[in-house]
Structure formats: C-alpha cells, structure tokens
Write a protein that binds this ligand. Structure first.
Ligand SMILES: NCCCC[C@H](NC(=O)CCN)C(=O)O
Length: 423
C-alpha cells in the first residue's frame, strides 16, 4: 500500500469521499455558527442548526435539548455484527460556544464541523458493511458550554456518556498534535464586602472593598514569582465599584488557577486563598471565596488512538511537529477522558494567530480553514474505522485507558482535601 494508511482504513477510505460530498454543507454549518456567536449555555442558534443538519438525513435519530437546554444527541445504527452481540457505540463531540466580545476566537464552530463531518464520514464508511466484528452505532453529542460552566461535566453527571465506548473530537490550535494533556483548571470567585461612604466628605467612615481587590490582585502578582513554571493563575476584577465619590462597598474578582497535577492545584489554591484573605485583613473587609464551576481535569492520553490518528493524519498530509508548542489551556474533555477512552487532537487552521484573539476569530470563519478542518475530520473517522474493524486494536485502546487511569491514581493526590476525580 505504501500510503501510511492502515489496511482497514485504506479499504474504507474511498467511502469517505461520499462524506466529502457534504463539504459545502459542512462549511455552511460552521460558517452559520461562526456568524451567530453565542456564549456558553446560550447556544440556541447553534443547537437548532446542528439538530437541523442531522435531522435532514432521516437515518439519524435526533434528540434536541438532550439533558441540557442547548445539548443534542444524534444516533445512527447499529449496523452489522452478530445478532445479540454487544454494540460498540462510537461517540463524536461537537462544541459550539463562543467568547464574550470576540466571537468564535477559539474556533468552536470548527469543532462542531469536525464532529459532524467525522460522524458523517464514519457512517458513509460503515453503512453497507455486513461483516464488522461487532455491531457499531454512532452517537454525536452536542456538548455546550466548554468556555464556561463545563457542559460535558453536566452531561457526564446526567449519564449522557454511560453507553458510549469511544469518543472523538478535535480542537483548532496553532499546530497539529495528536495529543496534548491540557491542564487542570479551577475557578475562584472572590467577593469583598466593605462599607460605602462619601469619598471626600467622610472617607474615614468607609471600608474600601476596591482596596481589598487591588491588594488581592497585587498579592497574586507577587506570589507568581514563586510558582512552578507550568502553574498558571490569572484573573480580572469583575466589579470594581460604582463611582469615584462612593467608597466601594462591594467588589468581585474572578481567578483561574491551573496546574498539570491535582495535588499541585491544592497547593496553589491554598496559596491563592492566603493572598485573598490577607487583602481582606489589611482593609477590614469581609471576604467570600467560592469555586462556582466544576474542576476541569487534564486529558488522559490514549497511546493507541493517538498513534492511529497520527498515521492516518500523516497519510492525509498532516504534519505533526516533533515538539509541538504546548497549548496551555484547559478543557472539560479532560473529565470525559476519565470516563470513556478517547482523543482530542489539536489541528492547524492555516493561521499564525493565537486562540482567544480577534485574528483567530477571523481565521476560524475563513474558507482556507476548511481543508484543515475536513482533513482532521477524515483522520478522526479513519481512526474510528481502524478500531471498529479490529478487535485487537479495540482491546489495546481499552487497555491504554485502564493503564492511564491507574497511573493517574498513583499520582500522589494525598495532599488534596477535595478529591473529586472519578475512579
Ligand atoms: N471555567 C473556565 C474554563 C476555561 C476553559 C478554556 N478553554 C480553552 O481555552 C480551550 C478550549 N476552548 C481555557 O483554557 O481558558
């Protein structure tokens, strides 16, 4: 063969051409989501658009508002395999939330397109197969609210992943990478309560909550020098007062804390909390510290899926740099990776712009991102074909999953008072 394609993928690859017949439709899907950016939890337009996309082919069973108002599920199959055999359910995930002010600056419109295209591609490859080793079903889950709230975590808790055996998605970035672990993130909301007063007439009667916020911000900046290089802490003042002549009685800060290891997150949290409380003490304010959203975990590696994805990707012309520059973000897919074996590769979209910038928004809507997006989708569906057609590979994927989880468990989390990670 000499193409780098694994045998089974090669047999099926011509069938993907049928999925490519949908390329204009897929581009118009992501372009429509891109043109109507919606924030986490409010992705009504994107939800309806994706539901329409799958409903127009009546072989998909589509559930709108699946477990969450803007989540959906589309299922197809099972096909082939022996009667009564356990079904292998292959999942593809679509994200579609945008960022405040800058639209689709993380390219989630393209994540939706990749998920839809890869599922359509796999269906095209499997629909006339009669001799698969196991019956195969495809499930597309629309997973809202990645940038905020953790939609996938809510879906996990609601049982949406309970019958899914493998899960695939891909995220736009600066380079292609079959795996990058991402880092754990926890959010901290800090509220200072002081006392208002006329800032010129009776300043001595006030307790200045803005002073507390500013000191808190400075304390964290000073702390930063003593943190490990791969830890991150960054925040904003969300509410800083009402008017210069009113001593602010209330301020609010939002901070993100990130570390590669859970035990480090616990250390970082303790240090940050000390900074926030010190600012309250210095100013006489009351402080309230909460973690309003669930922790996003690191992504568990799956060596077999990553290596299949790489060889399929290379055969399609994807270049994987030896040392990809790390994308130091976080994702609620991390939590999924502890529940179901899966992959979350990153893909280049023909721009040097960085995620979460206006330039990246531009690139995520551009025609030239399409080749890279559809090629990624194709590599994902070919990887799925490899696994569904070969029981040995499926076993390896499952072994990798068990092993990776075991390794994480041994990662000495004892220091952590709040162990929330699933077993
Ligand atoms: N609760 C805040 C979660 C932020 C998640 C965000 N994710 C990404 O940027 C990558 C995928 N969009 C982050 O890492 O800041």
């Amino acid at each position: 063969m000499g193409t780098g394609l694994s045998g089974l993928s090669w047999v099926c690859s011509s069938l993907f051409m049928r999925a490519y017949a949908h390329k204009d439709e897929l581009h118009s899907l992501s372009r429509d989501i891109w043109s109507n950016p919606e924030l986490a939890g409010n992705e009504k337009h994107a939800h309806d658009r994706l539901v329409r996309f799958f409903s127009q082919d009546q072989t998909w069973t589509v559930q709108s508002h699946y477990k969450l108002p803007t989540a959906f599920k589309a299922s197809w199959g099972p096909v082939s395999g022996g009667v009564g055999d356990p079904v292998l359910n292959v999942g593809f995930l679509c994200e579609y939330d945008a960022l405040p002010g800058i639209g689709h600056a993380c390219g989630h419109n393209l994540i939706a397109e990749v998920g839809a295209a890869a599922a359509v591609g796999l269906k095209a490859a499997l629909e006339n197969q009669t001799e698969l080793p196991v019956p195969v079903k495809i499930t597309v889950l629309g997973t809202p609210a990645e940038e905020e709230l953790g939609g996938k975590i809510e879906l996990i808790n609601a049982g949406a992943f309970a019958d899914i055996d493998l899960v695939f998605m891909a995220h736009p970035a600066q380079q292609d990478a079959s795996f990058h672990p991402c880092i754990i993130i926890e959010e901290m909301l800090v509220k200072y309560y002081g006392k208002a007063s006329h800032a010129a007439a009776y300043p001595w009667e006030g307790v200045n909550a803005l002073d507390a916020a500013v000191l808190a911000y400075s304390n964290i900046s000073v702390l930063r020098q003593q943190l490990k290089p791969d830890w991150r802490i960054h925040g904003i003042i969300k509410h800083g007062g009402e008017k210069p002549n009113i001593i602010p009685a209330y301020t609010e800060l939002e901070f993100y804390l990130r570390t590669p290891l859970l035990k480090d997150l616990c250390d970082l949290k303790a240090k940050a909390e000390a900074c926030f409380r010190a600012a309250a003490g210095a100013t006489g304010c009351q402080v309230e510290i909460t973690s309003p959203t669930p922790t996003y975990y690191n992504i568990l590696p799956n060596a077999t899926l990553a290596s299949l994805y790489e060889s399929n990707g290379k055969a399609l012309g994807i270049h994987f740099p030896e040392q990809p520059t790390s994308f130091c973000g976080s994702t609620d897919f991390g939590n999924v990776s502890f529940i179901v074996p899966g992959i979350h590769p990153f893909f280049y979209i023909c721009t040097d712009a960085l995620n979460h910038t206006e330039e990246y928004t531009e690139a995520a809507g551009a025609e030239k991102a399409q080749l890279y997006t559809l090629r990624t989708a194709k590599a994902l569906s070919m990887t799925a074909v490899d696994v569904v057609c070969c029981p040995d590979l499926l076993k390896k994927v499952r072994d990798d999953f068990r092993l990776a989880k075991l390794k994480q468990k041994e990662e000495k989390n004892q220091n952590c008072e709040k162990e929330k990670r699933p077993n």
